[in-house]
Design a protein around this ligand. Structure first.
Ligand SMILES: [Zn+2]
Length: 540
């Protein structure tokens, strides 16, 4: 008899080791998740068949309906769409291409903002250097007709755009910050005042090449075809919800989810097709093995995340009276790297250790760890809608070989970026963790739970404005004393519009705009109907 066998009776007596997921059940989850995985099939349909899923686009509605139908086909209860809001103007993007046609031929890599104007068909014209001052603009009236205008000074952007529209120019050629073509955009447009000027952002190296050519040669011509389309709203926006109803406490919940919307410069794979696919696969696995959780496991796919957690916040607000019955919210929105851990308050550790017992012992190279934090801090995803309402909201720790920044909102966010073995692994961990938390004797403890609500201001962030933002994600709710924002003169009620040339549509944009580029930023806000610009400088 081995020493190990002698220990067995004691293990059975130790109450802390009562399994929340039976060993046999975990084996079934593993078998289903690793041997019969559908996670890449979900992803393939979502990002290759449907495509990118900008909030307000037809694609997002199609994706929500598809996901709901998939949940229903798996046998989940009451798979449904819940409306969270409406968009005044919809935006759908068709294909786009561009090239230099003279004096050489060269294909161009570029993007345009979401909710921005497109060309009406292929549009060819000379590349003309922008006027550099208002005087020059006035004295060269008429010169922009039929032109693509390059090197527009940012202070003159609006005036040059107006001149292009008035004179019949084709549009503006701008640059990206680096080799990544990032997509963002401002959804706050109205049907009676749609954006008119086409602005193409060329990948920086191509922009510099074209700019240099235009400075020395008057015969440079380009052609762009950008099929951007506006659609008149109101366009209803939805979250997708489906339940595995709890056997003992059906009115208590564990939420598993991620946002289903995306930016539309590529196919929205790692942000957040991957998290949508693991959410759906976790549901499929648990249904396939016949899991009977004690509490209800609620699968949710939110919309409007990229515009400031709109879908999740609206949903939590609409259901705020129930939030004390939500044990936890688990959000997968960190790309295709495998889920490598979960971070909670130290008071939560015993329960998390129990819930993740099997995952912690899962062999192989992909490890899982429970980490202690002293507060839940914002990082810009839907779990924050829940932590704000007092529900422990987790954003999985992730690790692996994928470079999230390479694909995040860039031209490279395509299906090829997804790593199948990580996706499978994550779905198994998510399914197991959700079942484990749902089966705990009690709701996850909220003892001493601290939630840090500042963003762009969280401790540890080197570039912090020190402001809180309202639920729209752009209106400043409060300014921290002695913060950079306070010193610059920003006030509660100011509405963030732009940081340098990047529009701010929510906290994610804010965080990204602050984190990238030089230490000096110019921040444009709307105050009492007027645009006010603040110059701030970070230490590094
Ligand atoms: Zn995301």
């Amino acid at each position: 008899m081995s020493a190990r066998a002698l220990l067995v009776p004691f293990l059975f007596l130790a109450p802390s080791l009562v399994a929340q997921v039976e060993a046999a059940q975990f084996e079934a989850i593993r078998a289903e998740g690793f041997e019969k995985s559908r996670v890449m099939a979900h992803l393939d349909h979502l990002v290759n068949r449907i495509g990118p899923r900008l909030t307000s686009s037809d694609n997002l509605t199609i994706a929500c309906e598809w996901a709901r139908d998939e949940f229903a086909a798996m046998g989940l209860g009451d798979a449904r769409l819940e409306k969270w809001g409406e968009m005044d103007v919809g935006f759908n993007r068709g294909p786009w291409w561009g090239r230099i046609v003279a004096p050489i031929e060269k294909e161009l890599v570029f993007g345009t903002d979401a909710w921005s104007a497109g060309t009406k068909g292929p549009t060819r014209g000379p590349v003309v250097l922008s006027p550099k001052s208002e005087e020059e603009l006035a004295s060269t009236r008429g010169s922009l007709k039929g032109a693509w205008v390059i090197a527009v000074p940012s202070a003159l952007l609006t005036k040059v755009a107006d001149a292009i529209d008035a004179e019949g120019g084709h549009g503006i050629v701008a640059t990206t910050r680096d080799h990544l073509v990032q997509t963002s955009g401002n959804m706050r447009i109205t049907w009676d005042k749609l954006p008119k000027t086409v602005v193409v952002r060329l990948r920086k190296d191509l922009y510099e090449e074209l700019h240099a050519m235009a400075e020395t040669d008057k015969t440079v011509e380009v052609e762009f075809d950008v099929q951007n389309h506006f659609r008149k709203g109101p366009i209803p926006q939805f979250n997708v919800i489906a339940d595995i109803v709890g056997t003992e406490k059906p009115n208590e919940y564990v939420v598993v989810g991620g946002h289903i919307d995306s930016w539309d410069g590529a196919s929205g794979t790692t942000d957040n097709g991957t998290g949508t696919a693991t959410t759906m696969e976790a549901a499929r696995i648990l249904m396939a093995i016949g899991a009977k959780p004690r509490r209800t496991i609620r699968f949710m796919l939110w919309g409007g995340e990229e515009q400031g957690l709109l879908g999740s916040r609206a949903w939590v607000q609409a259901h705020k009276d129930e939030m004390d019955r939500y044990s936890a919210c688990l959000v997968h929105d960190g790309g295709t790297n495998y889920v490598s851990g979960i971070a909670g308050m130290k008071e939560m550790r015993p329960q998390l250790e129990t819930a993740f017992e099997h995952v912690l012992q899962l062999g192989g190279d992909l490890k899982f760890a429970i980490r202690e934090i002293d507060a839940f801090r914002p990082i810009g995803s839907d779990h924050e809608a829940f932590t704000a309402a007092g529900v422990p909201g987790f954003f999985w720790d992730q690790a692996g070989r994928a470079d999230y920044n390479h694909t995040h909102h860039t031209q490279h966010d395509t299906y090829a970026a997804a790593i199948p073995e990580y996706q499978k692994h994550t779905a198994v961990v998510v399914a197991t963790g959700a079942l484990g938390i749902a089966n705990l004797p009690d709701l996850l403890t909220r003892e001493n739970m601290k939630v840090e609500r500042r963003f762009g201001g969280a401790r540890g962030s080197r570039r912090a404005l020190g402001v809180t933002l309202g639920d729209d994600g752009v209106t400043i709710g409060g300014v921290e004393e002695s913060s950079i924002a306070a010193k610059a003169g920003m006030k509660a009620g100011d509405k963030l519009l732009r940081i340098d040339d990047a529009s701010v549509g929510g906290q994610n944009d804010l965080r990204r705009a602050l984190a990238t580029g030089g230490v000096e930023k110019s921040i444009v806000v709307l105050r009492g109907g007027e645009q006010v610009t603040f110059k701030v400088k970070f230490e590094r």
